[in-house]
Design a protein around this ligand. Structure first.
Ligand code: AMP
Length: 421
């Protein structure tokens, strides 16, 4: 039986990997421009971190985690997201003692036992940022600017930014009561999970994935009407800053995050026209998270961007540029006994910064030229008996078909012509 990659995982073959490199380069460069520095955390963590950091009642924690016991019977979990690990690292290394806000980004694989479909995998990749230590609404705007800038630099000018405020624990408590009263008379129409959780956490009904729950609670009271003065002015500052900088958004009362440590700004970004999984990223403020993970009372805000969905979007909308990586030089060897010279020359070219290759399967001269063509080589160096005896090499320009006899200064010659293009 052939062994295949596990369900929900896939290989990134070289033709795809160049797109990943292109995307990651744009992302990292943009993050750098915004003053975010990279953090790399382990792929697995203590299970308890996610139970506390994501929330015991969430779908991720109840249904989707890859949890296992190691040989010492510790419960470990492959990370399903990046915020809890960053928060753990912040606390563990007391990073909040330095300059605030701490601005970090991460990029890497995440793991969720989800139902695989287009745009939904069990191992997928996220880029995310976290900024800890400031309550400024301008910081909320900044992370949104960063997200939008990445999309724009990738050619994704058409996006839908959904925005809401989930208030603070104080104003949310008022809202909770109002929402429970609204839901109680129609509770039979809710999904099984929501029938149980609406009393404890009615906001979860708003972000439930089941359409029946949304249909059941039409005209529900909105959080906007319950925001306290501070939360209300925070939200309007964020909106004003986005407007002043030409970022369109849609206020969305449905966009809630039903956990206590989420506060104020919540946002999600969609790319229309890429199918059912159109949400490419989302984030928001989590002023209670650091404390609930055992750290000091420190506000935070961040987002995560799904990289598979981003690539799906650029592919579908035709935004990927020409990413062929042509070879600078290919060495064609006319006789077996010249292999050692060819290898030494190849090494020299590579050490000088040129991309160079040769054949390793004993092909004929003609077949080697064909291979050079296939690899997109711009120049071919011919090494034959005449060349070795006469102490020169023959260089062929694969486009103009010109040939040159080079006795000295091979690398500067190639460099000058390659730079000229
Ligand atoms: P979340 O951490 O759930 O807020 O997700 C943030 C982003 O990650 C989503 O908008 C998706 O683009 C992406 N994402 C989440 N789950 C998956 C998955 N199972 N497969 C692929 N992308 C995902």
């Amino acid at each position: 039986m052939k062994i295949k990659a596990p369900r929900g995982t896939y290989d990134i073959l070289p033709e795809e990997a160049v797109k990943w490199q292109w995307m990651e380069q744009i992302i990292q460069e943009t993050a750098r421009r915004f003053g975010y520095r990279e953090i790399r955390t382990p792929i697995f963590e203590h299970t308890e971190l996610f139970q506390r950091g994501i929330g015991e009642s969430t779908d991720i924690v109840t249904k989707e985690m890859y949890t296992f016991a190691d040989k010492s019977k510790r419960s470990l979990t492959l990370r399903p997201e990046g915020t809890a690990p960053c928060t753990r690292a912040l606390i563990e290394h007391s990073q909040y003692n330095g300059t605030l806000p701490v601005k970090w980004y991460y990029i890497g694989p995440m793991f969720r036992y989800d139902r695989p479909q287009t745009g939904r995998y069990r191992q997928f990749h996220q880029f995310g940022v976290e900024a800890f230590g400031s309550r400024s609404p301008y910081l909320d705007a900044e992370v949104i600017f960063l997200l939008v800038e990445i999309l724009q630099r990738m050619g994704l000018a058409e996006y839908e930014l959904h925005l809401n405020s989930v208030g603070c624990p104080v104003c949310r408590e008022h809202y909770r009561q109002k929402l429970i009263e609204h839901i109680a008379p129609v509770k039979e129409k809710l999904c099984k999970d929501c029938q149980v959780r609406y009393l404890q956490n009615p906001l979860r009904v708003l972000d439930c994935k089941e359409a029946s729950c949304h249909q059941a609670i039409v005209n529900f009271p909105t959080l906007m009407d319950s925001l306290c003065d501070d939360c209300s002015s925070h939200y309007s500052m964020v909106q004003k800053t986005l407007q002043a900088n030409g970022i369109d958004y849609i206020h969305d009362d449905n966009l809630v995050r039903g956990l206590d440590y989420y506060t104020n700004t919540a946002f999600e970004i969609h790319i229309p026209g890429i199918g059912a999984q159109s949400a490419v990223g989302g984030g928001g403020r989590y002023d209670g998270l650091v404390e609930s993970c055992g750290g000091p009372s420190l506000p935070g805000i961040g987002f995560a961007l799904g990289l598979e969905r981003l690539l799906l979007a650029v592919d579908k909308l035709g935004c990927v540029p020409e990413l062929r990586q042509p070879l600078d030089v290919f060495i064609t060897v006319m006789q077996d006994d010249l292999e050692p010279q060819a290898i030494s020359l190849l090494l020299k070219l590579r050490q000088q910064g040129l991309s160079a290759d040769k054949d390793y399967s004993g092909k004929s001269g003609r077949a080697q030229m064909k291979l050079a063509d296939k690899l997109g080589a711009r120049y071919v160096i011919l090494l034959g008996e005449d060349e070795i005896k006469g102490n020169f090499v023959t260089v062929r320009d694969m486009q103009s078909k010109e040939q040159f006899k080079i006795e000295e200064g091979l690398v500067p010659f190639l460099r000058a012509r390659l730079d000229n293009r």
